[in-house]
Structures are given as C-alpha cells and as structure tokens.
Design a binder for this molecule. Structure first.
Ligand code: BJ8
Length: 387
C-alpha cells in the first residue's frame, strides 16, 4: 500500500513550482482569484482565463495574528485563513506566498463565521460574495443560484476583460468532469481490501487539488491512478487486517492532517473521506448536455454538495451510509474543528443513522494545536481495538 511517506507522484512537492508559475502568470496579466469553498465553481474562473488558489488556512501559527480582529470562538480554519491574509505582505511572517498574489477573493454565504470574516476581508482585498441558497431542495433555489452564477460570470468578465462564453464554460466543464472521473476511479480502487493507497496520502493529494492548476493536477492524478490500476491483484498485504475507516467531517486543510495521521499511525486505514478534501469535492458530475444553459448545469451540480451549512441535509446522511456499504467500513471517525457549529451539530444525526446500521463512530473535536495529540491517540487506539 502506498503511504503518505512514499509521496506518490510528488504531489506534495508541487507547491513551490506553482508559486513560481503563478508569479509569472500574474506578471503577464493573468488575474488570480482566491476561493474558500467547494460551492465556487472553478469552471467559471478558468473559462474567464483567470487562475485560482484556495485560501483555506490549516496553519496554527497564523491564528494569533487573526485573533487581534476575530473572536476566539470562531473555528481555527477561519482564523488561520484570515491570519494568512493579514500577514501576507510581511516577509517575516508570511507563511503562504500565494496569498499576496490574489487579485480578487470570492466569498460565499455558507457558515456565519465565514460570512462575517468576509466582511472584514473586503477592507483588505477586493471581495465578491456569492449568495448560496441554503435550502437546496426548495423550489426557486436552483433559479436563484443560477442568477448568482450569472453575476459571478460578469464579475469575472470585468476582472479579466475576457468574455466568458458558453463554449469556454463547456470546455471547462468537460475538463473538470475528467478530473472528477479520475478521482472516482482512484476512490473505487480503495474499495479493495487492503486498499492500494493510504488515506493520509489521498488527503494530501486532495489538498493539492485546490492549489495546483487543474491541468497539472489531472496529469499527476492520471499517472497515479494508472499506476495503481496496474498494481491491482499484486498486493502482498492480503493477510494484514487493519480496521477500515470512513473519515468524515470538516475539511482537512493543508497543514492540518493531525487526526487522519493519528488514525493511520495507530493501526487503522482510512478507505474513504466524506469531506471537502474527499468525496464532497468530486462526487457529482456536471451534466454535459451542451443544448442546455451551462450555468444551470453548473448550479444543479454544485447545489448537490452536502455541506452542513445546508438544511435539511439528508443527502449527507444518505451519502455516508452509501459509503459505509460500498467501502466495507468497520468504523467512522467523525472529526470536526472546534466551534464549527454545522458539522458539530450534525454529528448527532450522523451518529444516530450509523447506530441504526450497527456501525460504530468515534467523534473527535479538535483545533490546529498539538496539545491534544496524545489524548486523541489514546481514544483512537481504543476505538480501533473495539471495532
Ligand atoms: S462546502 S465544509 S468548504 S463551507 S470548518 S469555516 S463550515 S465553521 S469550511 Fe466549508 Fe464550503 Fe462547506 Fe466545504 Fe465554517 Fe465549519 Fe469553519 Fe468550515
């Protein structure tokens, strides 16, 4: 099995080269957009001829700078992200060089903490907000979100000076779907016992999805998938039984892999992630029927993402139960960030649903610090022994 240490296809080394490429692109006039969420369709950004980087922070070191502005009762992801932006021009503290390259931030109305953080951010960087309907199944939600994407399309046209044509949108939709299909192939391979690749390695790769250019990410992903498919049937570890874990909860942003690392260090193997650094990022394709309005096709696909900011969010529960079946899961580790109200509150419904099908769940609520590592390790070990 490939582990994170084997660094398949050098996904983790890609960041410095990406910064060099973005700096060059920007000098040549390309606009760089910063995003924080899966609900912002990359297809529109790339159809406008811009590039994008994700701005979700995973570094604990950036939080103190943010705490001068934000309450400590916000989740570490929001505080770390804000910290990376306010320190972006200070060479002593700037930890994320891509942040200084951003021309426009695209925010979204998901959780309250992010919404209020975007208000402060707008004083520092030009910011456009996409208003996301949070009852996705109600009549009118699709129409409304499509109208928000139309506004976003115009914003991108103004930023870049390029027209976002339907043709360019369909091209980007087809490209993004290709990546989604490859990810589906990779995740399907993980249904094997044992899986050919560990969960931490996959999470690190998924983190790079939001930093690399999509073409570069797809190229590396294709190499990895082809390699793993060729290895099928040759795995010598068949006698080793490690508990198969579904990892579910808040996104695992780059720099914050603490909990999944502990799960695999203590003897479990993560076989699938129900997370924005997992299935939520690629599970649904955009309809490629070019006789339709591409923005409607995009709105349909993106509204299916089962984030805990949505209500009701039954499709997330159904998705988790499906994954449990498809991946022969022995237990679920439900990992959330402190003060994330959506995912922490939804924990109860997930736990109830799993109880009904007899699958044990361990809930871990943590921050970006290391202080609770040992304590989490003890709990994870006891859980793995029990399942
Ligand atoms: S689609 S999960 S990327 S909103 S952890 S900031 S929810 S308080 S990141 Fe997210 Fe989009 Fe949803 Fe995914 Fe708020 Fe929770 Fe913090 Fe979070």
């Amino acid at each position: 099995m490939l582990s994170s240490a084997s660094d398949p296809d050098r996904f983790t080394d890609a960041y410095p080269a990406r910064i060099t490429a973005l700096t060059r692109e920007r000098k040549a006039g390309t606009k760089i957009v910063g995003t924080f969420c899966l609900y912002v369709p990359d297809e529109i950004i790339y159809a406008a001829g811009a590039d994008r980087m994700i701005l979700c922070g995973g570094s604990n070191a950036l939080i103190p700078a943010a705490d001068e502005f934000l309450p400590r009762s916000l989740c570490p992801l929001i505080r770390s992200s804000f910290g990376s932006i306010i320190t972006r021009d200070d060479p002593q503290t700037a930890a994320c060089p891509h942040v200084a390259l951003i021309d426009l931030v695209i925010g979204e109305t998901t959780c309250d903490g992010k919404k209020k953080m975007f208000e402060l951010l707008a004083d520092l960087v030009p910011t456009h907000m996409i208003d996301l309907p949070q009852k996705p199944d109600t009549p009118g939600a699709l129409l409304y979100f499509t109208s928000e994407l139309q506004k976003f399309r115009r914003v991108m046209e103004e930023l870049t000076g390029n027209q976002v044509t339907d043709e360019a949108l369909w091209r980007e939709i087809r490209n993004a779907n290709r990546t989604r299909r490859l990810l589906m192939r990779l995740f399907t391979l993980r249904q094997q016992n044992p899986p050919p690749i560990g969960g931490v390695a996959v999470i690190r790769m998924m983190q790079r999805q939001f930093q690399l250019h999509p073409t570069e990410f797809r190229r590396r992903l294709e190499t990895l998938v082809t390699r793993l498919e060729a290895l099928q049937g040759t795995n010598q570890e068949r006698t080793v039984k490690r508990p198969r874990i579904l990892f579910s909860g808040c996104p695992v942003t780059a720099g914050n892999q603490k909990v999944p690392e502990i799960v695999e260090e203590r003897g479990g193997v993560i076989v699938v992630e129900e997370s924005c650094t997992g299935t939520r990022a690629f599970w649904h394709l955009v309809d490629e029927n070019e006789e339709r309005d591409p923005l409607v096709a995009l709105a349909e696909r993106y509204l299916q993402i089962p984030c805990a900011c949505m209500t009701p969010n039954d499709r997330r529960i159904e998705h988790i139960l499906d994954l449990v079946r498809q991946y022969s899961v022995d237990g679920v580790v439900y990992a959330t960030l402190q003060n994330c109200q959506g995912y922490n509150t939804e924990r109860h419904r997930v736990q109830q649903a799993l109880k009904e099908v007899g699958v044990p769940m361990l809930a871990i609520e943590t921050d970006y610090g290391d202080a609770d590592k040992e304590q989490i390790g003890v709990r994870v070990e006891a859980f793995l022994e029990m399942i």
